[in-house]
Each structure stands twice: as structure tokens, then as C-alpha cells.
Design a protein around this ligand. Structure first.
Ligand code: SF4
Ligand code: SF4
Length: 196
């Protein structure tokens, strides 16, 4: 019994000493070092936290953080939305009546993105969308601190089209389709008349 009590006392004393040691060492400031430093994971002394957001620990340039889309380089192929395991990319494509330009890698653009939303509250940061993108326009940035008070604010809208512009492009496409259909019918009718 005395042995157990002694052992308990020694254990409690060791725990207390550890706490006291960390209490005094916490006065030291943690150095902010780049992740490439050999010492990055060895900074065990000093404060557990840093003076965030005034002071921020550097993160790797290529990390799995907030997504960004360079919409001018997007060909609206929908591959990223299809591969997303949690369906957090919502794209509304409108076919253009003619080529509408080129991306920076020379790919011809034939679709407008009337909507290109990413719900970062649902995103699980797997990075699959960035892997399949043929023009590499959807990327993960080193931004990790976009805190919001409203969950809806975590849905990022990348489309630059207004509702009016989208309606105009849809109307142009409908008109072109109607004209093509009419031309096809006229050609068929002419063919039938030729047979008669
Ligand atoms: S990182 Fe993964 S979960 Fe997030 S949008 Fe891309 S594919 Fe979807
Ligand atoms: S995969 Fe790339 S090009 Fe295709 S819709 Fe997504 S972001 Fe745009």
C-alpha cells in the first residue's frame, strides 16, 4: 500500500514538473520558419500557438487548401464537376454559337460558364478536380484562413456572366438551333419534292 502511494506521488510529481517546465518555456516565442526547414517539425518549445492572424506559419506552396479557378482558361468541360466525389462543383454551361476565344494554352473555347460555383463547405480537399482539368485552370492555393460567419459564404462563384448575359447567349443558341432545324426541314422538303 505504501509502495502504491509512493508510486502515485512520484507520478504526480513528474507530471507537475512537466507542466511547470512547459509553463515557463511557453514564454519563449515560436520562430516562424518555412516548411522546407529541417527544424519545421522540431519546434517543440515555446508557445503552442502563434499570434494568429498577425503572425502566420508558412504553409507549402502546393498544399490542399482553398480552390481557385482561372475562369478565362476554363473550357467548361465539366470534368471537374463529374469527378468530384461530393458534388460540390456546380456548373451551368451554355454552348456558344461560335468559337469564343482561346485559353492561355491555346485550347479553343466553345462554351460559356453561366454558373461555376464551388461549395468549399462540402469540399473534402481531395484535389481530384485539379488533376483532371485539361487546361489546369482549377488549382489549390495556399489560402487556408477564409473563415466566415455564414456557411453560404463558403460557396465561391467564379462565373463572370450576369443573368442577363446568360439569357442573351441562350437566346442566340436557341435561334441558331431553330435556324438549323428550319434549314434541315427545308432541305428534306426539297428532296421530297424532287422525288415527286
Ligand atoms: S478537391 Fe475534391 S471534393 Fe473538393 S471540389 Fe475538388 S474534387 Fe470536389
Ligand atoms: S475541368 Fe477545368 S476546364 Fe473543365 S470545367 Fe473544370 S475547371 Fe473548367
Amino acid at each position: 500500500m505504501i509502495k502504491n502511494a509512493l508510486s502515485g506521488f512520484v507520478t504526480a510529481w513528474q507530471g507537475l514538473m512537466l507542466t511547470i517546465r512547459h509553463f515557463f518555456s511557453s514564454k519563449k516565442k515560436r520562430n516562424v520558419v518555412p516548411v522546407s526547414s529541417d527544424n519545421y517539425f522540431k519546434k517543440l518549445e515555446g508557445t503552442n500557438t502563434i499570434q494568429y492572424p498577425k503572425q502566420q506559419l508558412p504553409v507549402p506552396e502546393v498544399g490542399r487548401y482553398q480552390l481557385d479557378v482561372e475562369i478565362d482558361d476554363c473550357i467548361v468541360c465539366d470534368l471537374c464537376a463529374k469527378v468530384c466525389p461530393v458534388d460540390c462543383i456546380d456548373i451551368d454551361a451554355i454552348k456558344a454559337t461560335e468559337a469564343i476565344g482561346q485559353t492561355s494554352d491555346g485550347t479553343t473555347k466553345r462554351l460559356y460558364a453561366a454558373k461555376f460555383d464551388i461549395d468549399m463547405a462540402k469540399c473534402m480537399y481531395c484535389g481530384l478536380c485539379t488533376v483532371v482539368c485539361p487546361t489546369e485552370c482549377i488549382t489549390m492555393t495556399n489560402q487556408y484562413d477564409r473563415s466566415v460567419a455564414d456557411l453560404g459564404a463558403l460557396t465561391y462563384a467564379f462565373s463572370e456572366m450576369t443573368a442577363g448575359e446568360a439569357a442573351e447567349k441562350r437566346a442566340l443558341l436557341d435561334k441558331q438551333l431553330a435556324e438549323k432545324q428550319a434549314a434541315k426541314l427545308a432541305a428534306m422538303q426539297k428532296k421530297e419534292e424532287g422525288k415527286a
